[in-house]
Design a protein around this ligand. Sequence first.
Ligand SMILES: Cc1cc2nc3c(=O)[nH]c(=O)nc-3n(C[C@H](O)[C@H](O)[C@H](O)COP(=O)(O)OP(=O)(O)OC[C@H]3O[C@@H](n4cnc5c(N)ncnc54)[C@H](O)[C@@H]3O)c2cc1C
Length: 473
Amino acid sequence: MKKAIVIGAGPAGLSSAHELSKKGVEVIVLEASNHVGGMSRSFDLWGQTVDLGPHRFFSKQKEVNAFFNELIKDDFTLVNRQTRIYYSGKYFQYPLKFGNVLKNLSLVTIFQILWHYLVRVFFPIKNPKNLEEWISNRFGEKLYSIFFKNYSEKLWGIKCTQIDADWAAQRIKTLSLVQAVISSIFNNQGHKHKTLVDQFAYPNNGTGTLYERAAESIKKKNGEIALNSPVKRVLLDKGNKKVSGVELTDGSVIKADYVISTMPLTNLVNGLGHLPKKVKEAVNSLYFRNTILVYFEVDTINLFTDNWLYIHAPEVKLGRVTNFRNWCPTLNKDKNTAILALEFWCFEKDKMWSANDNDLIKMAKKELSDINLMPKKYKIINSKVIRVPKCYPVYETGYMKKLDIVIDCLKDVEGLMPIGRYGAFKYNNQDHSILMGLLAANKITNNNPTDLWKVNTDTEYQEDANIKDVLIY
Ligand SMILES: Cc1cc2nc3c(=O)[nH]c(=O)nc-3n(C[C@H](O)[C@H](O)[C@H](O)COP(=O)(O)OP(=O)(O)OC[C@H]3O[C@@H](n4cnc5c(N)ncnc54)[C@H](O)[C@@H]3O)c2cc1C
């Protein structure tokens, strides 16, 4: 009988444990916090349901959608996506729409965009290594400076020339400006069906419902979910070549044949102890960006109609604002107020991370009014701050060389599978973490030779899929 320990009850951990419990493998999920869902959890706030910022689920992967369908069934709403960019006092529809861009930019700027684009068509940068070069190659420097530079630098906290091109390749559709203009002019006309970019399937009681149900299902199949059980380190056998179990922070030890870890890769590796200096140095040079979420309950439902707004304006630190009023009506529980979540990004060493809640709330209120998102006639009736540590693995140029050193070392340890967003240092969405979880489980049950480190890196950009094909069958 095989026994597996899963560290972390987020999407990656729970999808793996769910699959293992279905196949009869003895599994225990050890979760540090007192809830399941990780960064994708939902929770009650002032009588309504909210997530940790916006959580849109989308995937073209059959097995990922099967996991969603098995647990959510028809208990979801197809939400029509509306998202815009706030920049220079104006709102731009996102994904960009040609007419809207024309309306919002001056003729001079539009000519500059086209000119810079043509320059890059004829004189592309060879082997673009960083975000600035990668985006400029596809869209030209002008469009890059308007729609990518400010936001990316706010999010990552480093210059775009220091952000690895890997991130863009993973997240930005390889679409040229010409294609972007054509698709925005025709604006999906001629396409009968909505794609994943137009709509998304959202569980009626929040994105976290998927993980609450996965946890219930694991328990029904005799799997165990232990909350408030932070893992201190993974234990290896004497030759350091095979896992033998884990040690919790209270000193207790649990033995197992396999450990699927979704705890931060940096903590996992440092806990292993015996590693060569080169590996320790490599892992300790990897770092994360944190998020501070400031939630406001506002005494109106008429603020703005977007699911979320990207705030590109460089004059404020604010990066994104979600309005949960505009997701699905079941979240609001018939209340006549709107809950907003304002996102700010910082490093652990920054003053903002250790600032007190009152100061953060004051700053958030000021920024909201500085960009006119909160007319004076409305009042904020409740505020709350939530800090989300290590939620963005920073893809600084050259990070992959360091990660490769760590991967080479971990590949030698039999039975150890680091997966997930901070678990594998991959900028995963929920679907990628779920896929990693399912594949990790298959490695145990079917001896599947999949290289889990490769999941996500080569995935085809997904948003052109027809929503009906991928979700409802
Ligand atoms: C603001 C924001 C917006 C996002 N928007 C979207 C979106 O629109 N769409 C989308 O698909 N994704 C979105 N994501 C990403 C999504 O939240 C993650 O991809 C997903 O939650 C990652 O799942 P995971 O299991 O890899 O990691 P996590 O969700 O981080 O789960 C890891 C779990 O491990 C636990 N843990 C950590 N250390 C230990 C330890 N030592 N011992 C035991 N347990 C431990 C943690 O408590 C946590 O529960 C967003 C994320 C953020 C922060």
